[in-house]
Design a binder for this molecule. Structure first.
Ligand code: HEC
Ligand code: HEC
Length: 175
């Protein structure tokens, strides 16, 4: 319900000849300039193409912080109306999850100690997919790590780092 109100407000804001869906029925078919579905899509669509094409930014990848700074730039130097706090949150959520840096979602690795080490250490040679599709016991993960080092050319891990990675893998990708 809140979203509908927000979307209509956006449409009003951006009326002036935009192809705004006239009903919920049409809204279902409307493709928002090709933006992938997700929370905040309407806000981005109606806010950001008032002055230029969506292509102005859909090729970009930046952190949430940088998207925030970009919104400030649009407001300070390009005449965009200051978005309300709730709208800004929607814009930022959408922009940083659809046009963010890959590191921000760590390739889908769940949060926890060791995530960074796995992210940077294990995809030097292959996709993370090969790692996350496994469900192995702690012992088997241990053997896998040894195998990576002994046979596959992975640099030897410091004992601390070895344990951190092993804990992470066993916890998140167990049998
Ligand atoms: C009121 C008009 C207006 C609105 C609304 C607007 N922009 Fe812009 N934007 C501009 C102008 C003017 C430029 C400079 C155009 C150029 O360089 O050709 C620009 C440039 C940009 C650029 C490239 C330059 C840069 O600073 O990085 C990006 C990216 C961008 N806009 C993204 C967005 C996003 C995302 C939104 C929605 C949150 C948005 N804009 C909303 C007017 C606007
Ligand atoms: C220096 C390169 C390198 C690094 C770094 C590396 N791997 Fe590998 N890994 C390989 C190669 C090569 C294979 C494919 C071996 C084969 O199938 O013959 C592989 C395969 C795998 C497999 C699949 C085993 C199977 O049964 O199919 C897993 C799981 C795996 N690696 C986990 C990891 C983890 C976890 C890390 C990070 C701690 C890591 N790898 C880091 C080179 C590497």
């Amino acid at each position: 319900m809140r979203l509908t109100i927000l979307a209509s407000a956006m449409m009003l804001l951006a009326s002036g000849g935009l192809l705004a869906p006239a009903s919920a029925q049409q809204a279902d078919d409307f493709d928002f300039g090709g933006l992938d579905p997700g929370p905040g899509r309407e806000a981005v669509y109606y806010t950001c193409r008032a002055c230029h094409s969506l292509k102005q930014f859909t090729q970009q990848r930046q952190s949430r912080e940088d998207w925030d700074a970009l919104i400030d730039r649009m407001v300070d130097t390009n005449g965009m109306a200051e978005p309300e706090a709730a709208v800004r949150t929607q814009l930022l959520g959408y922009l940083s999850s659809h046009f963010g840096l890959d590191e921000e979602d760590w390739g889908g690795l769940p949060p926890g100690p060791g995530r960074e080490e796995v992210y940077y250490g294990c995809q030097a040679c292959h996709s993370l997919r090969i790692v996350v599709q496994q469900g192995l016991s702690r012992d088997s993960w241990d053997e896998t790590l040894v195998w990576m080092v002994d046979e596959q050319g992975m640099p030897e891990l410091e004992p601390d780092e070895h344990d951190l990675i092993l804990d992470y893998l066993a916890k998140n990708y167990g049998p």
